[in-house]
Design a protein around this ligand. Structure first.
Ligand code: NAP
Length: 305
C-alpha cells in the first residue's frame, strides 16, 4: 500500500524550541509505557503519568514520576505528551478528556496500521497539537536493548526537536514525513516476527514430542541470524525482479513443506502453519500452470499475477 500523506503542521507556538525537553507526560502504562517512563526518569526528565486503570502509577511514583488524577491534569503538566496505548482508537477517548491541545506535541508510541495512524495524526493536528508517530522495534519492553530502534515519521524538524528526549529511550530513525511510514516498516517487521514466533514454537514442540533436546536445537541454530540476513538480501534482489523461484524450486519447497508436516504430525504436533506455507507453493504452481509462465510466491502476495 502507499502510505497516506496527511502531513500538515500547525504554526509553531510559544514553548516550541530546540532546548532540551525537561518534562514529559506519558499516557498509558502497559509494559511499554512503564519502560518508557523508567528510562525518562533515569535521564532526569520530570515525568507525569496517567493510566486508565488506576494503580499502575504507584510503582512509578516511587521512582519519582508524578501521577495525575485525570487526563486533563496530565496533559496540562507538560508540553510533550507521549501515548503508549493498545491501539490508535484508544487515543481518541483519552485525548478527548484533555480538550484543546494547542501548543502540545503528541508522540504516539502505540502500534496500528499506517491508515489508522494517518487518521489519528490528522485528528490531533485538528486540535492544535503537533504530531510525531513512534513505533518501538524493540525486544519486548527492553527498550534499552542495543538492538532496539524507535521508528518515527512525521515532520522532520519535530523529530529533530524531540531527538534529545528519544535518545534517553533507544536509538531512533526518522523515516519520512508521512505519518504512516513508521507503522508501515514496523508492521512489515512484525509480519515476519509473528510468523517466526509461531514457527519457533512448532519447532520446539517437534523436538520435545520426538524426544529431542531444545538446547541442542538452540546450539544448532545459533548462526541463523546471519543466514537470515543473507536470505533477506537475496530475496530482496529477487523481489525487485518479480520474486524468487523457478518451477523446480517451487516444487522443491512444496515437497519440503510436506516433510515438515509429516515430521510434525508424526510427533502429534500441529502443522497448520506449515500447511498454510505449503499452500502458497501450491497456489504458485497452479498459477504457473494456468498462465504458462512461472508465478513466484511473491506475486501471490502482491496480487499482480
Ligand atoms: N509489549 C511489547 O513488546 C511491544 C513492543 C513494541 C510495541 N508495542 C506496542 O506498544 C503499545 C503499548 O504496548 P504495551 O505492551 O505496553 O501494552 P498494551 O497491552 O498493548 O496496552 C496497554 C495500555 O493501553 C491502555 N488501554 C487499552 N485500551 C484503552 C482504552 N480504550 N482507553 C485507554 N487506555 C487503554 C491500557 O490501559 P489499562 O491499564 O487501563 O488497561 C494500558 O495502559 C501497543 O500498541 C503495542 O502493540 C508493544
Amino acid at each position: 500500500m502507499e502510505p497516506v500523506n496527511t502531513h500538515r503542521e500547525p504554526p509553531l507556538t510559544k514553548g516550541h524550541n530546540m532546548s532540551a525537553i525537561k518534562s514529559a507526560t506519558v499516557l498509558g502504562l502497559g509494559p511499554m509505557g512503564r519502560a518508557t517512563v523508567r528510562l525518562l526518569l533515569a535521564a532526569g526528565v520530570d515525568v507525569t503519568v496517567w493510566n486508565r486503570t488506576p494503580g499502575k502509577t504507584d510503582a512509578l511514583a516511587e521512582l519519582g514520576a508524578k501521577p495525575a488524577a485525570t487526563v486533563a491534569e496530565a496533559v496540562a503538566a507538560s508540553d510533550t505528551i507521549l501515548l503508549s496505548l493498545i491501539h490508535y482508537e484508544a487515543m481518541y477517548g483519552v485525548l478527548e478528556q484533555a480538550g484543546d491541545l494547542t501548543g502540545k506535541t503528541v508522540l504516539n508510541l502505540s502500534s496500528d496500521s499506517p491508515a489508522n495512524t494517518a487518521k489519528g495524526a490528522s485528528w490531533v493536528l485538528d486540535r492544535g497539537a503537533r504530531f510525531l508517530t513512534g513505533a518501538y522495534m524493540t525486544q519486548s519492553d527492553d527498550i534499552a536493548h542495543p538492538a532496539s530502534t524507535l521508528y518515527t515519521s512525521g515532520p522532520a524538524d519535530l523529530y529533530t526537536e524531540l531527538k534529545p528526549l528519544l535518545d534517553h529511550l533507544c536509538k531512533s530513525v526518522h523515516l519520512g514525513a508521512d505519518y504512516g511510514l513508521a507503522q508501515l516498516y514496523y508492521q512489515a517487521g512484525l509480519a515476519m516476527f509473528h510468523a517466526y514466533l509461531i514457527s519457533l514454537q512448532q519447532a520446539f514442540a517437534m523436538i520435545e514430542r520426538s524426544g529431542g533436546d531444545i538446547d541442542t536445537f538452540l546450539e544448532l541454530s545459533k548462526d541463523d541470524a546471519g543466514s537470515q540476513r543473507d536470505f533477506s538480501l537475496y530475496f530482496a534482489q529477487a523481489a525487485k525482479q518479480g520474486g524468487w523461484g523457478d518451477l523446480a524450486s517451487l516444487k522443491m519447497m512444496h515437497a519440503g513443506a510436506q516433510h515438515v508436516i509429516d515430521a510434525s504430525e508424526d510427533a502429534g504436533v500441529d502443522a497448520a502453519l506449515t500447511r498454510t506455507i505449503q499452500d502458497y507453493y501450491q497456489r504458485a504452481l497452479d498459477a504457473s500452470e494456468q498462465t504458462g509462465t512461472v508465478v513466484p510466491v511473491y506475486r501471490l502476495f502482491r496480487g499482480d499475477h
